[in-house]
Design a protein around this ligand. Sequence first.
Ligand SMILES: C[S@@+](CC[C@H](N)C(=O)[O-])C[C@H]1O[C@@H](n2cnc3c(N)ncnc32)[C@H](O)[C@@H]1O
Length: 249
Amino acid sequence: MSSILLIDQIPETEQWSKMTELWDANALHDPITSSDLFCFHNQGLFEEDARRITAYLVKHLKLDANSHVLDLGGGMGRIAKYLAPQVAQYTLADISLEMLKQAQIRLKGIAHVRLIHLKRPVIPCEPGSFDCCIAVDLFQHLPQLTLREYFPIVTSLLKPNGQFLFTTGLEPQNSQPKESDLKNADRLLGLLGLKTLPFGLLSTPLFEELINSSGYRLAERGKDFPGCLPFLPFQIPFTGYFYRLRRLN
Ligand SMILES: C[S@@+](CC[C@H](N)C(=O)[O-])C[C@H]1O[C@@H](n2cnc3c(N)ncnc32)[C@H](O)[C@@H]1O
């Protein structure tokens, strides 16, 4: 049995409930490994990854004690635990209620964190209220429909000149995920004992179209997002590649 569901291949009307079902199942089964495949079930590595990613985000997005951050697909608050205490307001939105239950425990005591359960592709927040939106290890799991819906929503929620940083797991020179990448991802999920996870069929032209049509300019694109443990001796698909955009005024 495959550990991957190609979410674009099921009818659009069923995609949202399927994503919810699969993420809830993984959150109940193994929340830390389904949030961070490279922690390999190890809480210490999970925290180490979270701290490294947080330091990278603070530096690249120039976040400070005045920043308002939206963490889209923020899951069980892996990053929020370290990033939220450094900013003024932190909003974490996720499709999985089970992930959010974990986040509630993990983020207990941080006063300015708001958790939002997304029941459809609408983010109920004040327009123009965020300095930045992050989406870490989210987009590779989305169908194209949801990706198309999220882009303009995030634009509307950002302040002018606000930033949108997301990882893609897609090498920019490949316009489609390689067949071998999907096979390797499937093997990795199987080895980790995870339940089936949804994966989308992203493409570089799709990102270019969405960036241009949703009111952004490309500020930076790279492959050094520190999603993968530094000591792993091989490049794994769905880590590393990211875009940082600026909302046009
Ligand atoms: C691999 S986890 C990453 C979680 C978090 N960003 C992190 O880096 O720890 C992906 C998260 O995206 C959430 N998710 C999946 N589909 C989503 C959607 N359509 N909208 C919002 N969140 C979604 C999942 O529930 C899960 O918590």
